[in-house]
Write a protein that binds this ligand. Structure first.
Ligand SMILES: [Zn+2]
Length: 260
């Protein structure tokens, strides 16, 4: 449990490896990407909380599948999300440069558009937190289902520019699988080796490896290091690169991960 300004954040596990992040105070709760309503309802019941808002990052069903059932339980819900009419239930569409106010103004989050995993993907952030859905994972990034390498790299660059201490709330526990690939291509990276030891220990204790933070990801995440000359030189010894711009390196890295 993380406590910030009287707000707590807790990951509600769902499906095999999703986390539905719950932000709450003594009485109210906001959830991010509720793919499974039952897990959210159980959490609200245990903590005696009323759900007031839902934040959606993108259209995939494991992030949106719980919306309808939660609305039937809490009809006054504010549901924020990207302007994609395919997502049923969103009643406040938001995009780049917008901000939203939660918990009677005690929490404000800004919106950035981060296409790549999907075209509609957005992230919610302030100076301490970012809820980035399936765009950035610890030691990895989302699969490129709809975007292009240039688009995805640009989105990751936006996240990289957030303050180093920003806590990164991703929606999947993919860390160990991502680390296997990251170490495969960047095994001389001492920070990466140390992080893996920590992550293995956390998972052995059945604890989440998330949130992570931007500082750590800048050191260990290959997908954030495609503009780092040392990393690119290491990568060029492992695989054939068609070019050395960040976009080209990202494209090669993403493809190699897909085939790993
Ligand atoms: Zn997704």
């Amino acid at each position: 449990m993380i406590y910030i300004d009287m707000l707590k954040i807790h990951p509600i596990p769902a499906f095999t490896d999703n986390y539905i992040w719950a932000i709450f105070n003594e009485t109210e709760c906001v959830v991010v990407d509720p793919g499974d309503a039952n897990e959210v309802l159980a959490f609200l019941n245990t903590h005696q909380l009323t759900l007031t808002s839902i934040l959606i990052t993108h259209h995939h069903h494991d992030h949106t599948g719980g919306i309808a059932k939660l609305v039937s339980t809490f009809p006054a819900l504010q549901i924020f999300g990207p302007n994609n009419k395919k997502i049923k239930g969103i009643n406040i569409y938001i995009g780049e440069g917008d901000n939203i106010s939660l918990f009677d103004g005690k929490l404000t989050l800004d919106i950035i558009e981060v296409p790549g995993h999907t075209l509609d993907h957005i992230a919610y952030f302030n100076d301490r937190w970012v809820f980035c859905g399936d765009t950035l994972f610890s030691a990895g990034c989302g699969r490129m289902f709809e975007g292009t390498p240039t688009m995805f790299w640009h989105s990751l660059s936006k996240l990289k520019q957030l303050h180093d201490d920003t806590k990164v709330f991703c929606t999947h526990e993919y860390t160990l699988a991502n680390l296997a690939f990251a170490l495969h291509i960047d095994n001389d990276n001492e920070a990466l080796c140390n992080y893996k030891e920590w992550a293995v220990d956390m998972r052995e204790k059945k604890l989440p490896t998330l949130p992570t933070d931007i500082r750590t990801q800048k050191e260990i995440n290959p997908f954030l290091r495609c503009d780092d000359k040392t990393f690119v030189a290491t990568l060029a010894r492992k695989m054939e690169l068609t070019g050395n711009t960040a976009e080209e390196v990202f494209a090669a890295c993403r493809l190699a991960k897909d085939q790993y």
